[in-house]
Design a protein. Structure first.
Length: 255
């Protein structure tokens, strides 16, 4: 397990090229990930090519499952909890990088699968402000509530501001917490949403308003559901906001 550093390191091997040496392939390329392996304090650098290869290999493991029927027969509760809300979609321009309908697109895809009959759907309520203040600045929360973000703050989020975007931001973080609690009860649960790991304590960033991962981890601990949490972030981008919010919680591990 490693801790993402998110900053330049001075002890990297010298090269005539403006790149770092990839720990996987050994070539000097543009690095997509850097972290410290806490087992031996070794700095690990992964180039984009090797990072893509790892991602594809992980997809191959998932896609190798030929049928879910046997899995559901063996599953003791015979139900998979899925958290979803129809208000997760947001309006964005047609040529925008963010696909505003991806949440309903995924849910509609799930509905067409043979195993959907084994799924139990739950809808989250809006996040409790007491809970939200454990992971986000109260000043920032109020600015979001009152549609009072500056142009620069909205530019960093990189989504067109709308009431729907505001409302879904309070829904989605509670959806992740809801899924986590269901997973503790049944062993597994999924959330068709979330993953807003770029949102920091006092500002949003990169399509993320509030950080659902930090919100969930902190509240699970504060409310006595668990003593520690491991956040395994498989996105190709670093969860910089999660690290920012959770850095003062020694029982929350990010990698």
């Amino acid at each position: 397990m490693g801790w993402w550093t998110g900053k330049e390191e001075e002890n990297l091997e010298e090269s005539s090229l403006p790149y770092y040496k990839c720990s996987d392939c050994g070539d000097y390329k543009e690095v997509s990930k850097k972290y410290i392996n806490k087992l031996n304090d070794e700095l690990i650098t992964i180039c984009y090519d090797c990072g893509k290869k790892r991602y594809i290999e992980s997809l191959m493991v998932v896609s190798s499952i030929e049928s879910f029927d046997d899995f559901w027969k063996a599953w003791p509760l015979n139900k998979l909890n899925i958290t979803y809300h129809p208000d997760y979609d947001i309006p964005v321009p047609e040529n925008h990088r963010f696909v505003g309908s991806k949440f309903s697109d995924l849910f509609n895809y799930l509905q067409k699968q043979s195993y959907f009959s084994h799924c139990k759907i739950t809808q989250p309520q809006k996040a409790n402000e007491v809970r939200l203040q454990r992971s986000q600045s109260s000043y920032y929360i109020n600015k979001v509530k009152e549609d009072n973000l500056s142009k620069e703050e909205i530019r960093k989020i990189n989504l067109p501001w709308s009431n729907r975007l505001k409302e879904r931001s309070f829904l989605a973080i509670e959806g992740t917490l809801n899924a986590a609690k269901l997973a503790l009860q049944t062993g597994i649960a999924c959330h068709v949403g979330g993953g807003t790991h770029h949102a920091h304590h006092s500002h949003g960033y990169g399509f993320c308003i509030f950080n659902d991962l930090a919100y969930t981890a902190i509240n699970l601990i504060e409310e006595g559901y668990v003593k520690s949490v491991l956040i395994l972030d498989l996105d190709v981008h670093q969860g910089d906001g999660t690290i920012d919010i959770c850095q003062n919680y020694p029982s929350i591990y990010t990698c």
